[in-house]
Each structure stands twice: as C-alpha cells, then as structure tokens.
Design a protein around this ligand. Structure first.
Ligand code: FAD
Length: 596
C-alpha cells in the first residue's frame, strides 16, 4: 500500500508558471498569496494529508458510514480528523477575511483541495460542499444570513450541503417537487431529497442544507424553483444551534465508491414542515444554485485530477517493486521489476502526462475564477468570466472521464493484483467512477458546452481560444531544439479543435440534435487539446528555465519528457475526436430508440 505524497513540485510549477500566480497576486485582494506563502501552505497541507487523512482512506472505504436509529456516524477517525482539520484552520483557507477566513485566492485553495482529495476523497467532499454553500450565500444571501451562517461555515463548525436531486428530478431539475409554503418570515418545506452527500453526520455541530423547492403559486419548470436555507438545528438568537428542524435522514445508500461519505435520503417535513429561509428572490433558485454548482464543478474536476494522481503514485510504486520476466531480448540473467517493460513504462507515462495536463488546466481555470472576481477592469473580469464559463464543463467533464481511465490503467499496471481489493488500486477506480456522474453527468456538461457556451455564443470565446492556442505553435517551432518535433502534432491538434468548433457553430442553429449527438466527443476534444496547450506551454517554460544556472534539471527534464509524450500519444486522438464530431451525428440519429 503506497502513502500519498502531494506532488508539490508539479503543483507549484502549475500554479506559478501555467496558471500565472503573479497575475493573480497583482489583483486587488489577492496580494497576500506570495510564492513563498503558497509553497508553505501546500507543504503544510501535504503533511496534514499524509499524516491525518491518508490513513483514513482505506479504512473508511472498508467500514463505510452507518445509519443507526436515524443518526449517521462517519467511519472511525473521521470525526477526530475533521476536528483537527478545522482547528488547524484548513476549512477557512479560501473564506472571506471579514468572517474569519484567510481569503486565499482559488488558485491556491483549489490545489490544496487536490491534496485533500488525493489523500481521502470521501472526507474532503464535506468541506468542498461547505465552500460551495459559502460561495452561493456570499453572492445571493442577505446581510443577515451572511452574519448568521458565514462565521460558523467558514470555521467549519457547521457543514453545508446541496439538495437538488429528487427521485424524479436528477439531470432535469425542472421536475423538482419539494414544496415551500410561506409562513411569516420563513417557509415550511415538505418533500424528499435523495443522494445528498454528507446530508447527515456526526462530524459538525450543525448542517446547513441549501434546498431547491417550489412555492405554491410558482410557475412550472426551472423558472419556478426557489432556494432555501434549511439548517438541521435552527439557530438561536445568539447563533448557537437550537431546536431540531423537521428534516431527517431515512436511509443511506450502499455505493460502489466513496463509501465513507454518507449519501442520504432526506425527508423534509414529516411533521409540521421543516423551517426554511428564502435565499434572494422567489423563483430564482436554480440561477443561485448554479453559483454553487459552478464552484462545485471545478471542485469535482479537481477530484478527478487528485484521484488520477493517487492512482499514478500507487501504480508507480507497484511497478518499481513487482518482479516479473526479463528485459526484452534477454533469455537469462536477473528478472526485472515490471517498470523495465516498455509497455508498463508507456502506461505510467500516459498516466503521469495526462495528470499533469489535467492539473495545469484545472489550476488555469482556478486563476480565471480569481480574475473574474478581482480584476480591476470590468472588461478584464468579463474576459476571464467568459473563458471560465467555457472551460468549467471541460474541467469537470474531461478531468473526471480521464480520471476513470487513468485509475483503470492503474489497475492494469498491477495485473491481477489490481483486481484484488487488498492492493488498494481498485478503490481509486471505484471512487473515481462517481465523479463523471454527480454535479451533472458528462452528457449534461457536454450539452452545456455545445449549447450555452459555444452554440449560443456563435463560438466567440471558443474560436478566440483556438486562435490563442494556434499562436503557440509558431513559438514551439521558433524555439527549435527538442520542441520543434512536437510543434507539428500540436498544430494539427489545435486545427482539429478549430474545425470541429466551426462545425458546432454552423450546425447548432439548424440542427441542435446533431450537435447534442456528438457533444461528449467535442468535450473530450476540447479537453485533449486544451491539455496539449498546457503541456506545450509547460515545455516552452521548462526549456527556458533549463538555461538558468540554478535550474531544477531533474524536474524540468521530466516535464519535457511528459510534454513530448502527451503530444505524441494523447494529442493525435484530437483528429479522431474531431472527425467523430463532424461526421458522427448521423449514425446516432439514424437509429430509432425502439430499435436499440
Ligand atoms: C454518490 C452520489 C452523490 C450525490 N450527491 C448529491 C448531492 O450532494 N446533492 C444532490 O442534489 N445530488 C447529488 N447526487 C445526485 C447526482 O447529481 C445525480 O445522480 C446526477 O445529477 C444524475 O441524475 P440522475 O441520477 O437522476 O440520472 P439521470 O438524470 O436519470 O440520467 C441518466 C442518464 O441519462 C443521461 N441524461 C439525462 N438527461 C439528459 C439530457 N438532457 N441530455 C443528455 N443526456 C441526458 C445522463 O447523462 C445519464 O447518463 C449524488 C449522486 C450520487 C450517486
């Protein structure tokens, strides 16, 4: 069993060089995130993750959460770890300073989240959801709601959850039926929510549910959904938890992965009705919830990066110790560890290079989130916002789909032992499997990408991004040396993306069904090429840094090797994906659903 080690060098390289830490620290309100501080924060987070969270991962998976007489208990060690986590101030890292947070920008907070996820995904979904609640209430909550809930959610004394899903309302939230009946200064909530992550547990003294529900005279569909704060314990006048609200956990799911998280069925209003407080205005709930979901979507993309990294570390350790066979061409002599076999090296390199590309893209998006909030010029905020909007479904959809594949490759590296639970490789695959489903399936992310983000915008942001990527090809050629050979494949990948984007823009207004039929290949194409863009940028930076006398040669040469591998092995997939986009819709739409 390997021990999680935060890949600090690569994380810091991605934060500083690819996401552009200096640009973020130049923004008003982000000045404190100096490179030294970021290095220290990541170092300490890595230590905490290794010592406190990593040991919980396997045990939590085996033990699972338990529901006894309506009370949910997290697996052994979780409650104490959460106490240590909040006491050390980790929950408050990205929180607003006026409520006790440390106000660090997303370009730091997201990498720290990667570290928590890499050590124990089940644990850190709880603080991730709390951060999402803070994000939503920070924008849409009233001053009174912020005053009451922010300090405790920021410190982590209280946890947050998101309550969207109902049995008939999964991807299609217009079908939400939970009712909210006005009563004085509050509402009475009645209904059932399913699949609520950390919906009930014993780690925090209170849980703040953000719940989607309909008021009695609300219009049909998504325009009739409102958002409510429903605390498990109703806060007293002094803010401390008071009377138990009418919400209870009636069951928890038995799951394929993330078994330590309680995934709850919550019954609201079995009695007089759970007391809920409206956020913002009635009927704008889904719009508000999207603030939380967009934040959470990037967070789930980071989960993908983290699990893929963890699977890589685990596979690498195994490959260095498992002895099997001889080097190709050797009939006698010592048997070797499997890392000596070219195909095993190929698998490991494919895992490593993809993780680095995914990480760079996710951190790049995190920096855009900071710029979209803090840029002093409205045009600067708007530009970052548009690019972030485009990349959010890509980070979520692509990084998580990749994570499943990478964790599966990790099992493959282990051979038969990967299929056996004792080695732990299978857990990463099982845990990764949910990431392509919750916070909107890959299909839903892809619909959003081709529809709202590319089609409706007539490709303005996507084509501008492709043009920016194209500009890098000539820089690679000009740089020469080891970069010249990758410039051709890089340019082909970017051209494939531009061509497929033009097809989406042209087809969307006249045949949106055709576009929907190939939306997932398009999302994967965007991710594959954006990943190549990140790796090509990394290669250029590494080449320049290698000329400096104090360069970290080992790290930078390894970066050039993974960049080259990515461009030679991953980027060629772009051409096939682009062809699938431009030529693949017909075969999908030609088949009558009744014939399947
Ligand atoms: C472990 C776990 C934790 C979860 N945590 C939470 C939580 O904390 N809070 C919460 O509110 N929910 C949570 N969920 C619910 C989760 O977000 C939903 O399961 C997810 O959004 C998909 O909805 P569904 O399961 O109803 O699937 P469906 O919507 O029925 O989808 C089934 C299939 O149809 C496809 N599909 C559906 N509609 C479309 C469409 N329009 N276009 C293309 N394809 C489509 C989907 O991509 C999918 O492949 C959780 C779920 C799980 C399993």
């Amino acid at each position: 069993m390997s021990t999680y080690a935060a890949p600090l060098k690569d994380m810091l390289f991605a934060i500083r060089e690819i996401a552009g830490l200096a640009e973020v620290t130049a923004l008003p309100g982000c000045e404190d995130a100096t490179p030294e501080l970021v290095g220290q924060v990541l170092g300490e987070a890595g230590k905490f993750a290794r010592e406190v969270l990593d040991p919980l991962n396997r045990q939590g998976d085996q033990e699972g959460a338990r529901l006894v007489n309506g009370a949910v208990t997290a697996p052994r060690g979780f409650k104490d770890a959460y106490r240590q986590f909040t006491a050390a101030g980790w929950n408050a890292l990205g929180g607003r300073t006026e409520y006790g947070g440390q106000g660090l920008p997303h370009v730091v907070a997201m990498p720290v989240q990667e570290i928590w996820n890499g050590a124990c995904l089940s644990f850190c979904i709880a603080p991730m959801l709390t951060a999402g609640v803070l994000e939503a209430l920070g924008i849409h909550g009233s001053p009174g709601q912020k005053k009451l809930y922010f300090p405790r959610l920021t410190s982590g004394e209280w946890c947050g959850t998101m309550n969207l899903t109902e049995p008939q309302a999964g991807s299609d939230l217009s079908a939400v039926r939970t009712r909210a009946v006005p009563e004085g200064d509050h509402y009475r909530i009645h209904g059932t929510k399913i699949f609520i992550t950390w919906g009930e547990h014993d780690m925090a003294e209170n849980i703040v549910h953000l719940v989607l529900a309909r008021t009695p005279d609300a219009p049909e569909g998504v325009k009739g959904i409102s958002l409510f704060i429903v605390p498990r314990f109703l806060p007293k006048a002094d803010g401390t938890p008071g009377e138990r609200n009418d919400v209870r956990c009636v069951s928890i799911e038995h799951k394929m992965g993330i078994r330590a998280t309680p995934t709850c069925v919550l019954a609201y209003g079995d009695g007089a009705g759970a007391i809920g407080y409206l956020v913002g205005e009635e009927n704008r709930g889904l719009e508000y919830m999207f603030t939380m979901m967009n934040h959470a979507r990037l967070g789930v993309g980071i989960e993908g990066v983290a699990l893929a990294e963890r699977a890589y570390q685990h596979a690498l350790e195994y490959a260095k110790t498992r002895v099997q066979g001889r080097e190709i061409g050797q009939k006698s002599g010592d048997r070797v560890t499997i890392i000596h076999h070219p195909d095993v090296r190929r698998m490991l390199l494919s895992m490593k290079s993809q993780v680095e590309a995914m990480r760079a893209l996710a951190y790049f998006a995190a920096a855009l989130l900071d710029k979209s909030k803090h840029h002093p010029e409205p045009a600067g905020r708007q530009r970052s916002h548009a690019l972030l909007d485009l990349l959010t479904p890509v980070v979520k959809g692509w990084c998580t789909e990749q994570a499943v594949e990478i964790a599966s490759t990790g099992v493959q590296v282990h051979g038969g032992m990967g299929f056996i639970e004792e080695t732990g490789a299978a857990q990463y695959l099982r845990d990764a499997r949910i990431t392509t489903i919750y916070e909107g399936t890959t299909g839903i992310q892809a619909n959003d990408l081709v529809g709202r983000k590319v089609g409706m915008e007539k490709g303005a942001t996507a084509l501008a991004l492709a043009a920016e990527m194209q500009g890098l090809a000539s820089k690679l050629t000009a740089a020469g040396g080891s970069l010249a050979p990758i410039s051709g494949s890089y340019a082909e990948g970017v051209n494939a993306l531009a061509q497929a984007t033009r097809w989406i823009v042209e087809t969307f207004p006249r045949d949106p069904r055709a576009v929907a039929a190939v939306s997932v290949p398009y999302l994967k194409l965007c991710g594959t090429v954006a990943g190549g863009w990140m790796m090509a940028r990394a290669a250029l930076i590494a080449t320049a840094q290698l000329k400096q006398p104090d360069a970290d040669r080992e790290f930078l040469e390894a970066k050039l090797a993974t960049a080259r591998f990515y461009v030679e092995h991953e980027l060629p997939k772009a051409a096939a994906l682009a062809r699938e986009v431009t030529h693949g819709a017909g075969s999908v739409l030609a088949v009558d659903p009744s014939k399947l």
